[in-house]
Design a protein around this ligand. Structure first.
Ligand SMILES: [Zn+2]
Length: 278
C-alpha cells in the first residue's frame, strides 16, 4: 500500500504583493506642477536682485526704485501660473491611478487567479483623485507663498540694514533653493499618500478587511511605526483578537486617525492587503 500522503495544512491566508510607487512618478509630479513655480521665482530672483542693487544705490535720493514692485509682479505672474496647473495635476493623478490599478490587478491575479481588469476603473476612486489634485494646488501655492515671503524678508532686511547687494542676492537665491528642495520632498510624499489611499480603497473595494503594516525602512523612522511593522490589523471587529497563521489580529482602530501608513508627513509606510480564507 502506498504511503498515505500526510494532509497538508491548508494555508489560511495570503498577503498581496507589495506595491511600491516608483520615484519617477514623484519626479513627474515635481516637473509638471512644482518646477514651473520654482523656475518662476528663480527667474524673478535675478530681476529682484538687480532692482535691489539699484534701490540701494538710489536710497539716499528721493525716489528709490521699486524693488517691492518687482516682487509683487512676480507674485501675480505666479498666481496666474498656479491657476493653470490643474490639468497637469489631473493628468498626473490619472497616470498614478492607472499604474496602481495595473499593479493591483497583477497582485490579485497572482494571489487568487481572479482577473479584475474589466471590473475596476478610475471612476471608483474619483474622489481620492480630486482631493489629491486640490491638495497639490494648495501645496504648490504654499511653496510659492513661502518663497515670496522669504524673498520679501531678505529685501526688507537688506534695505533696512543697507546690506550689500551680494549678501541679499545670496539670501534670495537661498530662498529659491529651499523652495526647490521642499517641493521635491512634497512631490515624493504626495505620491506615497496617493498610492497609500489607492491601496486602502482597492482593498476595501475587494472586500478585504485586514492588512499588514509594512514599515518604510526609512532612515529616521517614527518609532511607533517601526513597532507596527509586520503586525496585522483588521477593520472587521469579528476578527480582532483571533489568530491567522500564528499572528494575532489587532483592531484597525488601534491606529490613531491620521497616523496610518503614508498618512503623516513624509511617512513611507504601506498597508499590504491580507486575504484570509475563512
Ligand atoms: Zn511611517
Amino acid at each position: 500500500m502506498a504511503k498515505r500522503v500526510r494532509p497538508q495544512r491548508r494555508k489560511r491566508s495570503v498577503v498581496l504583493r507589495d506595491i511600491v510607487p516608483p520615484a519617477t512618478l514623484a519626479t513627474d509630479l515635481y516637473r509638471s506642477a512644482y518646477a514651473p513655480v520654482v523656475q518662476g521665482w528663480s527667474d524673478a530672483a535675478d530681476r529682484i536682485i538687480a532692482e535691489y542693487a539699484r534701490t540701494l544705490a538710489q536710497i539716499t535720493h528721493d525716489a528709490p526704485a521699486d524693488v517691492q514692485g518687482q516682487i509683487d509682479q512676480a507674485a501675480s505672474l505666479l498666481q496666474r501660473l498656479i491657476l493653470s496647473i490643474t490639468p497637469s495635476l489631473r493628468h498626473w493623478a490619472l497616470r498614478v491611478e492607472g499604474w496602481f490599478r495595473g499593479k493591483w490587478r497583477g497582485a490579485v491575479l497572482s494571489a487568487t487567479g481572479v482577473d479584475l481588469q474589466t471590473v475596476i476603473g478610475p471612476e471608483d476612486v474619483r474622489d481620492t483623485l480630486e482631493a489629491t489634485i486640490a491638495r497639490n494646488v494648495a501645496l504648490v501655492r504654499n511653496v510659492s507663498d513661502q518663497a515670496q515671503a522669504r524673498i520679501s524678508e531678505a529685501v526688507f532686511r537688506g534695505l533696512t540694514q543697507r546690506l550689500p547687494a551680494n549678501d541679499v542676492a545670496k539670501e534670495i537665491r537661498g530662498a529659491v533653493d529651499m523652495a526647490r528642495t521642499r517641493a521635491r520632498n512634497i512631490a515624493a510624499d504626495q505620491l506615497s499618500k496617493l498610492s497609500g489611499s489607492l491601496a486602502d480603497e482597492r482593498r476595501r473595494e475587494a472586500g478585504l478587511d485586514t492588512f499588514e503594516f509594512k514599515h518604510s525602512g526609512k532612515l529616521h523612522p517614527r518609532s511607533w511605526h517601526k513597532e507596527r511593522d509586520g503586525k496585522l490589523f483588521s477593520e472587521n471587529p469579528d476578527r480582532v483578537g483571533t489568530k491567522v497563521d500564528g499572528k494575532i489580529i489587532h483592531a484597525a482602530s488601534e491606529i490613531p486617525p491620521g497616523d496610518g501608513a503614508s498618512q503623516p508627513p513624509f511617512c513611507g509606510c504601506r498597508n499590504l492587503s491580507y486575504m484570509i480564507f475563512d
